[in-house]
Design a protein around this ligand. Structure first.
Ligand code: GDG
Length: 465
């Protein structure tokens, strides 16, 4: 079996992969099995520009990391990746900051990462590149002469053609993707949108799941990412910390129904709209007052990006308003936490919540939806309310699917969930769980890697030629 090289913006954790969750575990397993190399940003900045990677050998795998300069961090990471590609690919053109220096920084960092990796590669490596930070990386590596099989997986949605066209250099970005042999997306819808762009904007030709364009061919396919379903279910049911958390919360709830939301604090997750929907539940269904308690966990992320700070202020205001208006001396309607909690604690909290509220405005997949279901007690499972704009909704039709912009619809769904019969909850849970067990994170990884292994080896030409 050839060595696996994984390229992602952040590397690891390796030793504590179980604590970080499914994706890290799945990648570490595959890397260990093949004596692999995991390559990416160190998470650190240094004024001197790095021209080589720091190498760490650990448990039959190698970690190779590169520092960014403060300028690269500003232009590539905070700039083009997080203020341009992230909002645009999530349909937030209004939040997208188009700045030429961001784009140039992004190209420079993609080229730098390719130059540093190239000498570390072996002829028979298989290379798997992850996410929107590295759209141009494959092309840079091919231009240096790399001929190894190389696949790319996009964790976030691929946008509609008209939305992508708002990105200056969108054509160069898509052309660069043709340097890869396999392009993996979360859903069939993402594949359709990519195909639509290539055929109608770039005049490529679609032939089954192969696309021909720019003198190259690439296989495109959906690989819906999963979780370690059985492992997470076991933690929720058996782990000491998870059980302690479950008992503590259940006691404190004193018979109230807990609604839970768990997200990175990000505008794509629809947390403000969710707060409005919860307020609407309290307004329109007075019987819900004092009978429900909404726990929203939203650990701060990308706190040095302006739009994230503004959102945090907005949510602080909204939660204060809801508690000030509807709360009582002995009832807090909304508990809103800005800190991350250990994964095991989350598992216990999911299990103690009779309603899981997962309403992103746009999401590549959304793993919280899957974790919530996996954590439920099969004898008395809770109800998942899930946005139709999460990639997960295509695999989880037995959830209550809602439009997150329609606060009335979400409020009604909450009210229906409160009274859903045990039989209906069980039927929905069993159907969801059956699929989640089969379509788990190991299957995602294995499907991607076997698709990549089946693609005939490419000739050494660059996509840009
Ligand atoms: C991107 C795509 C796609 C959250 N808070 C805490 C915590 N979490 C964990 C959750 C879950 C993960 O973070 C979040 O995953 P999501 O899938 O929900 O969202 P993104 O971070 O935006 O991920 C997404 C994913 O990539 C994978 O392809 O599904 O669409 O946007 O596992 O449990 N974990 C801990 N404490 C917290 O407070 N320990």
């Amino acid at each position: 079996m050839s060595r696996l090289v994984v390229v992602s913006n952040r590397v690891g954790p390796v030793k504590d992969a179980a604590r970080a969750g499914g994706l890290a575990v799945a990648l570490v397993d595959a890397l260990r099995a093949r004596g692999g190399l995991w390559y990416g940003w160190s998470g650190k900045t240094d004024k001197r520009s790095a021209d080589h990677a720091s190498i760490e050998e650990t448990d039959n795998l190698t970690l190779a990391t590169v520092d960014l300069t403060p300028r690269e961090y500003k232009d590539y990471y905070n700039g083009f990746a997080n203020r341009c590609l992230w909002p645009l690919f999530h349909y937030r053109i209004d939040l997208t900051a188009f700045d030429r220096s961001y784009y140039e920084g992004y190209r420079r960092v993609n080229a730098k990462f390719a130059h540093v990796l190239y000498p570390l590669l072996r002829a028979d490596d298989t290379i798997w590149v992850h996410d929107y930070h590295f759209l141009a990386f494959g092309d840079e590596l091919r231009q240096m002469g790399a001929t190894q099989p190389m696949g790319f997986f996009l964790h976030i949605p691929f946008p509609a053609r008209e939305v992508l066209a708002a990105l200056p250099h969108h054509d160069a970005m898509v052309r660069g993707l043709f340097a890869y042999d396999v392009l993996g997306f979360q859903t069939e819808r993402d594949c359709e949108r990519f195909r639509d762009y290539v055929v109608r904007e770039a005049h490529g030709i679609a032939d089954g799941d192969t696309l021909h364009c720019f003198g190259r061919s690439v296989v495109i396919r959906a690989f819906p990412i999963g979780i370690d379903t059985e492992g997470f279910a076991r933690i929720a049911a058996e782990d000491k910390d998870a059980c302690r958390q479950y008992d503590k919360v259940t006691k404190a709830l004193a018979g109230r129904t807990q609604i839970v939301g768990v997200d990175r604090l990000d505008y794509t997750k629809g947390i403000a709209e969710r707060f409005h929907a919860y307020e609407r539940l309290l307004q329109e269904y007075p019987d819900a007052r004092r009978q429900v308690s909404y726990l929203q966990i939203a650990a701060t992320s990308r706190g040095d990006v302006l739009e994230y700070r503004q959102m945090r202020d907005e949510l602080d205001g909204l939660s204060g308003h809801i508690n000030g208006t509807y709360g009582d001396v002995d009832w807090t309607p909304l508990r809103y936490l800005n800190k991350p909690l250990p994964r095991r604690t989350l598992a216990g909290l999911y299990r103690a919540s009779k309603i899981g509220l997962v309403t992103p405005l746009r999401d590549g997949m959304n793993l919280v939806a899957k974790e919530y279901v996996a954590a439920q007690d099969p004898e008395d499972p809770g109800v998942l309310i899930l946005s139709r704009f999460a990639g997960a909704s295509y695999q989880m039709p037995e959830a209550t699917i809602v439009n997150p912009y329609d606060t009335k619809e979400v409020a009604d769904a909450l009210q229906i969930a409160r009274y859903m019969s045990l039989q209906e909850r069980r039927e929905r849970f069993e159907a969801l769980m059956k699929r989640l067990k089969v379509e788990d994170v190991a299957r995602w990884r294995d499907d991607f890697l076997s698709t990549l292994a089946a693609v005939p080896r490419r000739r050494p030409i660059s996509a840009a030629s």
